[in-house]
Design a protein around this ligand. Structure first.
Ligand code: GLN
Length: 452
């Protein structure tokens, strides 16, 4: 723990943390020492973690990367972080992130950009991916043993790929959303980001589990994910979706994808071509549903209940709302609120939101049919390696395209993971993406383990 605290202090230029809490990590280490001496160690006794700032942490400022929550100190602990602490983990601090988890590069945080510990070929600064960019940077730089992330449309998997670490998004409902600041509630799912597949399996076992405080939490037994890591994938069928061969995908990403399929075949798996015909509608569908839900969830930041309040001279209540929300939210968040409000408004609801919900069902049905033919689906995680800071910030569509491979599994609520797999021509890490059927995390973890 002391070495990790020193590492946090030595890597402040990454801007990975919003708050550092070395005293909490040390207290957990002392408790762990006593537990070890008594032969009563817990699964994570004394393991120093970073917690994404989307999770509310009791007595520690929790801002979701937003100015509107600056100064908000929850009186309660999110279920996921409480589960980790109850299993003995310590918290080194809160990890920086895109504002309200909206972004793919960690350039929308009110706390400033996070820097990828990897550098470009000419030494340029790269983004760590997003929205869990503080988590990915901190794990990649080895300043935390592991971290929590959240994934609404790729925010665990894409940053994991950009930094050469492993990230796992479980089936929707495995991890409680209670106490996690809401972005798009039908998509938001917590998951681990760690150095390898085994660490992710251990972390998820602690994070997940039924929680009566979340109405979408799954009341099912929790498998021992680590025990599933046998590396034996003989006879498993790996699906390669032909629709993921999108225009403009760089040759080196295609080559990585084939290499991944070869590795799994060599390990005894059978490779089958599958079809997910509605794939091309996934991104537009996501960018209707996610902003719609966000516009509703973010209505609570009214200057009364949490954080920031701006009171213009002589203004009334409406002026206070307007001033608070104008000052408190960043541009990307405002863009999502406007899009979301538009697609939910009378006259447009049927054309956009309702239509998107129908397409979401078609996408889920594509996966249902595909999983009759295969056990796990293999794709690239992202269409490129980490890009230079600033290179996409003025082009929201280019930014949104980062999640083209991740979003379909999110819409279908399926478990999916990114595993580090090789490098691009400049030596930057690339990730391979595996998607499993609902609740089949064990087989998914094991396929990832075979790829690693
Ligand atoms: N990049 C996507 C977005 O901006 C996904 C974010 C996420 O998964 N939280 O919405």
């Amino acid at each position: 723990t002391q070495a990790h605290i020193a590492a946090v202090e030595g890597a402040r230029e990454l801007n990975a943390f919003t708050v550092e809490t070395p005293e909490l990590a040390l207290a957990a280490a002392e408790t762990a020492d006593r537990a070890l001496a008594d032969g009563a160690a817990k699964p994570l006794s004394g393991i120093p973690l970073g917690i994404k700032d989307l999770f509310c942490t009791e007595g520690v400022e929790s801002t979701a990367g937003s100015n509107i929550l600056r100064g908000f100190t929850p009186q309660y602990e999110s279920t996921v972080s409480a589960n980790l602490l109850a299993d003995g983990a310590g918290m080194l601090g809160k990890l920086n992130m895109d504002e309200f988890a909206m972004g793919s590069s960690n350039e929308t945080s009110a706390w400033g950009n996070v820097i990828n510990p990897w550098r470009g070929a000419k030494g340029e600064t790269l983004v760590p991916g997003g929205s869990s960019g503080g988590s990915s940077a901190a794990v990649a730089a080895r300043i935390v043993a592991a971290a929590t992330g959240t994934d609404t449309g790729g925010s665990i998997r894409q940053p994991a790929a950009f930094t050469g670490i492993t990230g796992f998004k479980p089936t929707y409902g495995r991890c409680s959303r209670w106490g996690t600041v809401a972005f798009a509630s039908s998509l938001d799912q917590a998951g681990p980001m760690a150095r390898d597949v085994r660490d992710c399996a251990i972390m998820l076992r602690s994070m997940a589990g039924f929680d009566p405080k979340d109405s979408t939490s799954l009341d099912l037994p929790l498998p021992d994910f680590e025990a599933a890591l046998t590396g034996d994938i003989k006879g498993r069928r790996i699906g390669i979706p032909k629709e993921y061969t999108i225009d403009g995908i760089p040759a080196e990403i295609e080559a990585l994808w084939s290499k991944g399929a070869d590795m799994l075949r060599d390990a005894g798996a059978e490779i089958v071509e599958i079809s997910l015909p509605h794939t091309k509608y996934a991104l537009p569908t996501y960018y209707i549903i996610a902003p719609a839900e966000a516009s509703s969830n973010l209505a609570r930041y009214d200057g009364v209940r949490y954080g920031l309040r701006e009171t213009p001279d002589g203004g009334n209540l409406i002026d206070m709302y307007e001033a608070t929300r104008s000052a408190g939210f960043g541009d990307e968040v405002k863009r999502r609120i406007m899009i979301g409000t538009y697609v939910l408004s009378a006259g447009y609801y049927d054309a956009y939101y309702l239509q998107a919900q129908k397409v979401r069902t078609l996408i889920k049905q594509d996966f249902d049919r595909a999983f009759e033919q295969c056990d796990v689906i293999l794709t690239p995680t992202a269409p490129s390696a980490a890009f230079a800071a600033g290179s996409k910030s003025d082009d929201p569509i280019a930014m949104y395209l980062n999640d083209v491979f991740c979003v379909p599994a999110s819409l279908a609520g399926l478990p999916a993971m990114s595993v580090p797999a090789g490098a691009d021509k400049d030596g930057l890490p690339l990730g391979l993406h595996l998607i499993g059927n609902a609740l089949e995390e064990e087989g998914l973890f094991n396929a990832g383990y075979a790829l690693e």
